[in-house]
Design a protein around this ligand. Sequence first.
Ligand SMILES: CC(C)(COP(=O)(O)OP(=O)(O)OC[C@H]1O[C@@H](n2cnc3c(N)ncnc32)[C@H](O)[C@@H]1OP(=O)(O)O)[C@@H](O)C(=O)NCCC(=O)NCCS
Length: 383
Amino acid sequence: MTTASSAKMGPKAGLEGTVACASAICYLDGDRGVLAYCGYDIHDLAEKASFEEVCYLLWHRRLPTHAELGDLQSQLTAARLLPEPILRLLRTLPGGDGMGLLRTLTSALGHYDPDASDHSPKANYRKAVRLVSQVSSIVAAMGRAQAGGGPIQPDPVLGHAANFLYMLTGERPSGLATRAFDVALILHADHELNASTFAARVAAATLTDIHSTIVAAIGTLKGPLHGGANADVMRLLLEIGPSAPLEKAEEVVRARLARKEKIPGFGHRVYHTEDPRATHLRQMSRDLGQRAGQPIWYDMSQRIEALVKADRKLNPNVDFYSGSTYYALGIPIDLFTPIFAVSRVSGWTAHVLEQYANNRLIRPRAEYVGPEYPQRYQPLDAR
Ligand SMILES: CC(C)(COP(=O)(O)OP(=O)(O)OC[C@H]1O[C@@H](n2cnc3c(N)ncnc32)[C@H](O)[C@@H]1OP(=O)(O)O)[C@@H](O)C(=O)NCCC(=O)NCCS
């Protein structure tokens, strides 16, 4: 009998700790709480870089010169306008499921890409740039549609972060809001072999087209154990309520823990210490909440963080404080996870291009645990 189990495989549930590929994009040390893109520490990038620089870094493994950054910005700006059929499709699809909409519209986008039938490395790079630009435009248009308005034309003068906020709200964002959103995009841009990036790489390894790989990634990010957690965090805070005493936050969370429910925004497969992204988002949640005149969400989050740390020894992950950060920026909750994709599409495409460049089909084995082989086939009438 030849089965996977006889091939001496011992899978770790959820592939925990398994190294599935070599990559030059993201360095993660879960014990020391280190995250770096191509060697650059996330704290440095959050403090000093722009999202466009980070995109360049992820795609080229080095920071751009002035001229290279200018070129990339022009390419991103030129790709912002969505094909009319995409906007029409947005109007016809039922609302209410932001990530579902984003998945379908990104899939449709592939049909209208000028390089649709060209799978050369140069064409794939051009498509990666367009995807970063257009996923952002799609999410902004989705936000407009949800609010009952039409899409807003992009503003070529604005950078990626500011233009997204402008296309979403119709108002030019303040410097503070722009920088906060830019930093949020930088923090979410890549995270090694997280579930959605792995899904994208598995798809890419079949040499399917780049839009299909990003659709696989979006479908994976949608889950509540992955990107869906940031929206769940804000729903939890709203369930507790802005005028409730802070003790109620503890009560609600204690009750959830007692029911063995997971608290969204806590725990991580890789980090055993503070998620370095949470450090920035905590501060942003505090500053933006204060500025918006709503410090309550941060105060409540602090109580919950202290309780979950003391009770379960779990740290907040990237999603815990991003919920209240986006809320303070006036972003609707249904867009929180799509906004994760607005950023992560940079990392997904970087990994997909890396996979294409040095490809081998990803095809692992399963440990067979089913009925013993061989079973005797019983005719239908005899069962
Ligand atoms: C991120 C996550 C999926 C990692 O999962 P994982 O590595 O498979 O860890 P597990 O789900 O096996 O959790 C290990 C233990 O910690 C507990 N735990 C993990 N995250 C928890 C959370 N957020 N709240 C309460 N308990 C949690 C589990 O119940 C489990 O306890 P047990 O051993 O007593 O059964 C998990 O922590 C989680 O579901 N978090 C909430 C969702 C979230 O914030 N996702 C965003 C990730 S960036």
